[in-house]
Design a binder for this molecule. Structure first.
Ligand SMILES: Nc1ncnc2c1ncn2[C@@H]1O[C@H](COP(=O)(O)OP(=O)(O)O)[C@@H](O)[C@H]1O
Ligand SMILES: [Mg+2]
Ligand SMILES: [Zn+2]
Length: 253
């Protein structure tokens, strides 16, 4: 896939804490705790679709394992960050609980936690849509959370969970995590964000049309970027997309 054919949500996926919008309190707390070396065994992120749960999980994995330290934001090239960005780091396992059966996820978890990290400081297990795990898998998880394995390098095993449905996660698990509730992104902030991206993409879309996109997105950055993708694709050369045409594209009458 060439760079231009990437969907906007992937092309503009935040690569460090500063790139994120709307989650400043959360990211500041996380950065401070990493700097102070008070790193929880498990992070838990909740919030609606497209507000940065998976993105933040990867950024934390990088911040914990970056060879340049969290303050540098990895401006100097580092293999750990590169591999985590490409989802190819041997010590960082990402699992989507929505697409796994109970038996598999328990086995993956136990296998993964058995040995210490190969090339990074921390071994990190990211579980997306964690509320979908089976009872059996939650039990295995609890055991590991209560007695995290000790590795020789002193780095240890860290969990990062993300969910849109916090109520479906056993309280015993929630209480062992540092929990962060990600908020919907404010309209004004989302508007400025997609307007900048529209300009970078050299699209012509009126402010009113952009405001419609923001409204439909209900605070979800991913939704806003997907709608912007559609709006940009619908443009004829030199024509500006106005509110009226935007309403037609998005079926708002
Ligand atoms: N807080 C944010 N700041 C900037 N972009 C964001 C933010 N949250 C989501 N995005 C955009 O939406 C896409 C999907 O985000 P993701 O982290 O997968 O959402 P979630 O896991 O909460 O559903 C990202 O690739 C990025 O382009
Ligand atoms: Mg996600
Ligand atoms: Zn790095």
């Amino acid at each position: 896939m060439n760079k231009n054919s990437k969907v906007l949500a992937l092309k503009y996926r935040p690569q460090n804490f500063d790139d994120l919008i709307g989650q400043e309190v959360v990211t500041q707390t996380i950065v401070n705790s990493i700097k102070a070396n008070k790193i929880p065994n498990a992070y838990l992120f909740t919030g609606i679709r497209g507000v940065g749960k998976t993105t933040i999980a990867r950024i934390i994995a990088k911040a914990l394992n970056c060879t340049n330290g969290v303050e540098n934001k990895c401006k100097i090239k580092c293999d750990n960050c590169d591999e985590i960005t490409n989802s190819s780091h041997i010590d960082v396992l990402e699992m989507d609980a929505a697409s796994k059966t109970g038996v598999d996820d328990v086995r993956d978890l136990i296998e993964f936690s058995r040995y210490g990290p190969s090339s990074a400081k921390y071994k990190i297990f990211i579980i997306d849509e964690v509320h979908m795990l089976s009872k059996q898998a939650f039990n295995a998880l609890l055991k590991t959370l209560e007695e995290p394995p000790q590795y020789e390098n002193g780095g240890g095993l860290k969990f990062i969970f993300a969910t849109t449905e916090i109520k479906k996660i056993p309280i015993t698990v929630v209480s062992r995590c540092q929990r962060f509730d990600l908020s919907r992104v404010k309209s004004s902030e989302l508007f400025e964000f997609i307007k900048k991206i529209k300009d970078k993409e050299k699209g012509k879309i009126s402010d009113d049309a952009l405001k419609l996109i923001v409204k439909i997105s209900e605070g979800s950055v991913r939704d806003a970027l997907s709608l912007l993708d559609r709006a940009l694709l619908s443009l004829d050369k030199d024509e500006e997309l106005d509110l009226n045409s935007a309403q037609k594209i998005f079926w708002i009458f």
